[in-house]
Design a protein around this ligand. Structure first.
Ligand SMILES: Cc1cc2nc3c(=O)[nH]c(=O)nc-3n(C[C@H](O)[C@H](O)[C@H](O)COP(=O)(O)OP(=O)(O)OC[C@H]3O[C@@H](n4cnc5c(N)ncnc54)[C@H](O)[C@@H]3O)c2cc1C
Length: 500
């Protein structure tokens, strides 16, 4: 059932971004990327030359060089702020043998490599000036009805998981952005609306195949290379090798009541009431809570939004949320009780390329009244861009915390929330970026005392200092030992990777 008024501000903002930012990208390209585009003239050599020919010949897939028209499309990915790092070539791999060929060729030719699956790294860490090993064609999947296990290619996206889940009437913990890669998602832990009921995405991982820097291919599972299996469930992508396949346990896909509800008044009171609801809610309840800021005629307007699902009826949802309705009438509400995968269409987002920076913190308990006041004060003092800003949390707990903190490398299972501050902008905001980033950094720093020093590696943040402790806490030394074993020459590295 759906009810109610007004426009859906959040999704209209997203669709605005879908068109607006692509247009904006065209008028304010980072300088070296603009220079690169100018170098793409028709008199440039066409196709691979020199030692690249050997690699092109070895691949079943395609080696796309800078002079190929398709290069510009393939070079674009989610984080527009980092497009100025341009690869020398992009290998569109079609098989594990292609990935092995790339790794072996790069070692012989002393060329840096970086893997990419969905291309949704917040910090643009799936970029290189060397060889970009793109797995996005490797999306084949098979389903074993006897075990309910799915075997999927290392380049799959949430989209292919949605397709397979709908076909088999099963699910797991997935993200809501269809374009995000399964590899990045699962390797960093993986959060989604099912996590309180089913655990993190990495908790459903049965095994994975990995191409190491030596070109050797290993399997990691509970019985094969168990220490590697421990490490890859939380360390994040780009650290140990290139994952070419994942076997995952699929689970029942129940009917869902999904919802998107916004309030524009009594915000501080609603913030507290919703925390009471969330921290005692059943596991079947998955939610993202947001305090949004938007500029209207130079004034900052705030509103609260909750987005999520309940494996239950609409009446059960309304009973759960009754204390919210008792305080204020929503500005906007949409609820629907539908089959599982229809609910995921309701909840999904596109994840189009955009300018954004997100800074996260795990919270272990309740956000105090002082913390809440800091959130509202900071948002009211936001300098402003052409898009919205936001403080939000994803509710954790439930099944996530049933697993011991040291059972996988994801270390913060007893957290109650992953919180974050989001800043987004458009190209026309370039003159305002310095004050917006100063605001973002000060807000993030102030929130440490109300949350924790720990951050989510999948919301990877190149402004985070002391990042090893922030992402891995007590697991740093154990992860470094695995790194030394698998990749002693640090072939797989990015600015915040696990060092040897
Ligand atoms: C719009 C959007 C929505 C998001 N929603 C969620 C969400 O609901 N839940 C959640 O937990 N996170 C979410 N994230 C964060 C997301 O999980 C991470 O950004 C993740 O790293 C993206 O994975 P990717 O494969 O798309 O990215 P990529 O940029 O391709 O890769 C990310 C990192 O992993 C490495 N890598 C890529 N492929 C491989 C591979 N096959 N083997 C080894 N390393 C590899 C890359 O080199 C890079 O370092 C979201 C991000 C965005 C931008």
């Amino acid at each position: 059932m759906s009810s109610s008024p007004s426009t859906d501000t959040r999704s209209s903002r997203r669709s605005f971004l879908g068109t607006g930012v692509r247009a904006a990208a065209g008028i304010a390209l980072a300088p070296s990327f603009a220079a690169f585009l100018q170098s793409c003239t028709t008199d440039s050599p066409v196709g691979p030359t020199g030692n690249w020919v050997e690699l092109a010949d070895a691949l079943q897939g395609t080696l796309v060089m800078r002079d190929d028209l398709d290069f510009i499309r393939l070079n674009t990915q989610y984080a527009l702020a980092y497009l100025s790092t341009v690869p020398a070539a992009i290998a569109l791999c079609e098989s594990e043998a292609d990935v092995v060929a790339c790794v072996n060729w790069a070692r012989r030719n002393n060329t840096p490599i970086v893997p990419r699956s969905g291309g949704h790294s917040y910090a643009g860490f799936s970029r290189t000036t060397g060889l970009l090993i793109d797995l996005s064609q490797m999306t084949n999947s098979t389903f074993d009805a006897a075990t309910n296990q799915i075997t999927i290619g290392g380049g799959s996206h949430n989209k292919e998981v949605y397709d397979a889940g709908r076909l088999t009437q099963t699910t797991l913990t997935h993200g809501r952005c269809k374009a995000v890669g399964v590899a990045g998602l699962v390797l960093g832990g993986g959060i989604g609306f099912n996590m309180r009921n089913y655990g993190l995405t990495c908790d459903q991982l049965i095994s994975t195949r990995i191409v190491l820097a030596s070109g050797e291919v290993i399997t990691a599972s509970a019985t094969e290379n168990p220490e590697v299996f421990w490490a890859v469930r939380g360390a994040g992508g780009g650290n140990f090798g290139i994952h070419t396949q994942f076997v995952k346990q699929m689970l029942p896909a129940p009917t869902m009541t999904c919802f998107r509800i916004q309030w524009g008044t009594e915000l501080e009171q609603l913030f507290d009431i919703f925390q009471d609801i969330a921290l005692t809610a059943p596991r079947e309840f998955g939610v993202k809570f947001m305090v949004n800021a938007r500029k209207v005629k130079n004034q900052t307007e705030l509103y609260i939004e909750i987005l999520g699902q309940l494996a239950g009826t609409e009446q059960e949802l309304l009973t759960l949320l009754a204390p919210m309705y008792a305080v204020a009438k929503p500005l906007f509400e949409l609820t629907e009780t539908v089959p599982y995968w229809d609910a995921q269409e309701f909840l999904s987002e596109d994840g189009n390329p955009e300018y954004a920076h997100e800074r996260s913190r795990f919270a272990f308990g309740r956000i105090s009244a002082e913390g809440r006041d800091a959130i509202f004060r900071n948002l009211r003092n936001w300098p402003g861009t052409g898009v919205d800003a936001m403080w939000k949390y994803f509710l954790m707990g439930g099944r996530i915390a049933d697993v011991a903190d040291d059972a996988t490398s994801f270390p913060f299972r007893s957290a109650t929330m992953i919180t974050s501050v989001d800043l987004e902008w458009v190209a026309a905001d370039s003159g305002k970026l310095a004050e917006n980033f100063a605001w973002l950094d000060a807000f993030h720093a102030e929130m440490e005392q109300y949350t924790s020093p720990y951050c989510y590696v999948n919301f990877i943040d190149n402004r985070q200092t002391n990042y090893l402790n922030a992402y891995y806490g007590p697991h740093v030394d154990r992860l470094r030992a695995v790194k030394r074993e698998l990749d002693p020459n640090n072939v797989f590295s990015h600015p915040q990777s696990i060092p040897v």
